[in-house]
Design a protein around this ligand. Sequence first.
Ligand code: SAH
Length: 236
Amino acid sequence: MTTEEGSFRATVLTLYPEMFPGPLGVSLAGKALQDGAWSLQTVQIREFATDKHRMVDDTPAGGGAGMVMKPDVLARAVDHVADGRPKLFMSPRGKPLTQARVRELAAGSGVVLLCGRFEGVDERLIEARDFEEVSIGDYILSGGETAAIVVLDAIVRLLPGVMGNALSGETESFETGLLEHPHYTKPQEWEGRRIPDVLLSGNHGAIDKWRRGEAERLTRERRPDLWEAHKAPSKK
Ligand code: SAH
């Protein structure tokens, strides 16, 4: 895959390169990939195994179930591509990904994403290569690949020129610290349900006020954690 000067470069270290670009090859992200707004390189970790069985994992020190990815093999794969871009290890123990972190990453030159499999990776690799551990939520996936796809999807849509309607990015959930207001479109009445009158009034002041009120109501009801943070003095 080609890399254009100045475009965002994503490198994914994985045992399953065939999972990429996957969903990232379609729609907005896929078009942006084709247009060179970002580039995607996959690295097969197994190519950095040196023994004759190409072993990438081994039994856990101290015993127990499952296998652990080997630090020496992973380090060779990382060192082959690392060039100062942030290095993220997909991990349920990581800091939950936020829109704020996504924005920071999108403003940089790219990312290197390491996808775990089995029980995870040797802890020394994370320390020695200074990986930031990133979680996409409090549940366990079978591997880091789907998490990496989520991270890249969130980043790519923020890259310059990727989203047609730039404004829609700014009013979305989390960008304001609030969940977004509800949306409606034609027909005006559907299965006996009408679009709220205010949205058909043409009164933009009233519409903005209604949307703001709904955003606050939804955030209060569904995400008290976000609501508290939104009201906190430090956020003003
Ligand atoms: N034994 C680990 C889970 C391993 S799941 C534990 O209990 O914490 C295998 C791999 O899937 C992980 O190494 C990680 O790369 C990926 N993964 C699983 N859940 C994830 C999540 N919520 N966010 C990001 N990556 C995840």
